[in-house]
Design a binder for this molecule. Structure first.
Ligand code: ZN
Length: 204
């Protein structure tokens, strides 16, 4: 199966417009204690927002990335994005091995040189019970900053490239639900409704 990069860009742009209407306040973010961060699950509205660039590199930020590694490992994930712990910032951590010592931090990442396409099964810590097949690029280049603000770049392929594309989607408010084919949407309708019904009462 092949994927048209122009089509992907179009999809991202439509989510961008929607998400810009509800951009998070950075003042609120700075008050969050890193140790209090925990996994946020669908349908929490933070998961649908565009995350903001990280502008300040300090001890708070390092503590946030350390906490994100903890949460990722605790939930047996191979990647975790900041919106998944309720922070609207462009940060994700990833480790193909799911081991804490292998977890790498990506801040303000930019993906380029996207090539090739392959369908593969994905799950998401914020969408428990749901697993779907998603087409992803088999090769991407990522340019990002580490937790101290030092730039680095990597050329990634296959599973690692898939993880990075999934996590990067989170920074643009894009979930697996948005990547579902009409058939998958239908097949997972009940599971999605169950997740939505877990939330009692309105949330911000
Ligand atoms: Zn996810």
């Amino acid at each position: 199966m092949d994927i048209d990069p122009a089509l992907v860009a179009d999809v991202r742009w439509s989510f961008y417009n929607e998400a810009m209407k509800a951009r998070p306040s950075t003042i609120d973010i700075a008050l969050v204690a890193p140790a209090s961060l925990k996994l946020v699950v669908y349908p929490d509205s933070i998961l649908k927002k565009i995350a903001a660039d990280v502008r300040q590199f300090d001890d708070w930020l390092v503590a946030v990335t350390e906490r994100m590694k903890d949460v990722m490992v605790e939930h047996k994930g191979v990647g975790l994005a900041a919106p998944q712990v309720g922070l609207g910032l462009r940060i994700f951590v990833a480790a193909e091995s799911a081991k804490r010592e292998d977890a790498k931090v990506y801040i303000n990442p930019v993906l380029t040189d996207e090539r090739g396409s392959e369908e593969g099964e994905e799950g998401c810590l914020s969408l428990p019970t749901i697993r779907i097949k998603v087409p992803r690029f088999t090769h991407v280049r990522v340019e990002a900053l580490d937790e101290r603000g030092r730039p680095f770049s990597e050329n990634l392929t296959d599973y690692t490239a898939r993880i990075i594309q999934h996590e990067n989607d989170h920074l643009d408010g894009i979930l697996l639900l948005d990547r579902m084919s009409p058939v998958a949407k239908l097949a997972n309708r009940r599971k999605v409704r169950e997740l939505e019904e877990r939330v009692k009462g309105p949330r911000k």
